[in-house]
Design a protein around this ligand. Sequence first.
Ligand code: ADP
Ligand code: MG
Length: 275
Amino acid sequence: TATPAKPSLPRVIAVVNQKGGVGKTTTAINLSTALAQEGYKTLLIDVDPQANTTGGLGFGRDDERLSVYDILLGNSTIAETALPSEIENLWLVPGTKNMIGANIELVGAEKREFKLREALEPVRAEYSFILLDCPPALDLLTLNALVSADGLLVPMQAEYFALEGISELVSTLDKVAAAFNPGLGLEGVLLTMFDDRTILSQQVRDNLRGFFGDKLFATTIPRNIRLAEAPSHGKPVSLYDAKSRGAETYRELAIELLKRYGLKPKAATTPPRKR
Ligand code: ADP
Ligand code: MG
């Protein structure tokens, strides 16, 4: 049998797509949670000023709390800023609205694309996975995420122009890799809100498979109302409704990702969670 690829942890994964509403935040929250629940210590960083990841994990708005903003401006470290979440093994660096200003405040700063990467350096080794939820723009915040990442995870919906939308992103990946981060690659493309009963969805999936090969995750995330409801309860879907299709499929995604690195899901060997 083939030897599994040597896991090179931590794996820093930026969840990115310049389009809004494609499932980035939903994926960041629920994939991070699933990886944590499989026993892998995970850090989730909310790089989006909309701070939906922060709210979705049950942290209310708090303009005094340290956030990614303070990290980018060099006013705090990740160790000082990361908060334990309700989920064992999952830590959050919150986002805030004032991060919009960071785009401008950093304009003259030296190595402004490297602020997050440099901040991650001292804590990287403490985590198995570090996920970055990006804003729906290719701005300086996203650039900081791309410069920090090993791989880009691109959630997208199965639309007719899906491939065209993604080509801009792939060319951005190439440019960032060439200019700042030669280690950057494509982690994978994830079909979200996917309905495998329509011919169009199947065709789009086949096209993406032809283009991306096994970089297209075999797991697809269906449209599931529980996924949409969970954030308003401040919970990842697996705490809100563990039996839902949303919870099941994000767990499958986590396991698919772990298998790629020859890593084992650990859930079976840890005691069941208390409710
Ligand atoms: P993005 O971060 O890319 O803007 P979100 O993750 O916030 O996208 O998703 C956009 C909206 O769609 C949110 O209201 C979210 O709850 C909902 N949503 C995302 N994924 C699903 C899904 N698989 N099924 C149902 N609703 C979803
Ligand atoms: Mg979002």
